[in-house]
Design a protein around this ligand. Structure first.
Ligand code: DGL
Length: 265
């Protein structure tokens, strides 16, 4: 069976891979982390669209039979600009869908600056339920804190409390984690907001949709052993450390590629 392709601006999208592996353990996954061009979360829509197109092209060249845009920023800013000859999913719609189905009326969204500025999550939520009250908050310090491994640290807690203050004041009942890195902060964020507020993990939400749509095909295919490949555009040691942690394994082998040079201009 041909593999599923997943890409993110970096390591965070492996939260989607981990969620996919749990649901589709026999599927092979080709992952691309565009570490050389990270962060996407502070860049313009035009730049993110250009990076996204080259990442999808790279995955299609690896003969994937479906593509998951695991990066929230790329999903929010560039999904509409993509054309692919295979099924393609972003994380915004599944995340918004889950939140709209389960919220009691007040939804908070946390994401990168570019994702919040795009308004993509708010639009997707209101398209499903126009009665929702939405409070959006960009949290630019979260990505570097997670990359530093400070997911359960007093400094991170203090920063998170500050970011979440307006959302708690607005009495949200649901909090959408609209960035690949934020699920890694989920235990800390849940502690801060308390047990009554439901956290919606867009990585889990997209994995659920992909598994539902690909499962019949996977079940009818010949049983095989999943063979995963992890590509990165910059071979930082930090990626390996975080990859092992997110995937719960040691010595994840990484392959270095140059996606930018293959970019169509
Ligand atoms: N992957 C990005 C996202 O989900 C976060 C990291 C970045 O800014 O590139 O929005």
């Amino acid at each position: 069976m041909r593999p599923i392709g997943v890409f993110d601006s970096g390591v965070g999208g492996l939260t989607v891979v981990a969620a996919l592996r749990r649901r589709l353990p026999r599927e092979s996954i080709v992952y691309l982390g565009d570490t050389a061009r990270l962060p996407y979360g502070t860049k313009s829509a035009a730049t993110v669209a250009r990076y996204t197109a080259s990442n999808v092209e790279f995955l299609l060249d690896r003969d994937v039979r479906a593509v998951v845009v695991a990066c929230n920023t790329a999903s929010a800013l560039a999904l509409d600009t993509l054309e692919a000859p295979v099924p393609l999913w972003g994380v915004v719609e599944p995340g918004a869908d889950l939140a709209a189905r389960t919220s009691r009326g007040r939804v908070g969204i946390v994401a990168t600056e570019s994702t919040i500025a795009s308004g993509a999550y708010s639009r997707a939520l209101l398209a499903r339920r126009d009665d929702l009250e939405i409070v959006a908050q960009s949290c630019p310090l979260f990505v570097p804190l997670v990359e530093e491994g400070w997911c359960d640290d007093p400094i991170t807690r203090q920063i998170a409390e500050r970011y979440l203050e307006p959302l708690l004041a607005a009495e949200i009942d649901t909090l959408v984690l609209g960035c690949t890195h934020y699920p890694l902060l989920a235990p800390l964020l849940q502690e801060i907001v308390g047990p009554e507020i439901r956290l919606v993990d867009s990585a889990e939400a997209v994995a659920e949709v992909v598994a539902r749509e690909l499962e019949p095909e996977a079940a009818s295919g010949s049983p095989g052993v999943a063979a995963h490949r992890l590509f990165v555009t910059d071979g930082a040691a930090r990626f390996e450390r975080l990859a092992d942690w997110i995937l719960g394994e040691r010595g994840t082998p990484l392959e270095l590629v140059d996606v930018a040079s293959a970019e169509r201009r």
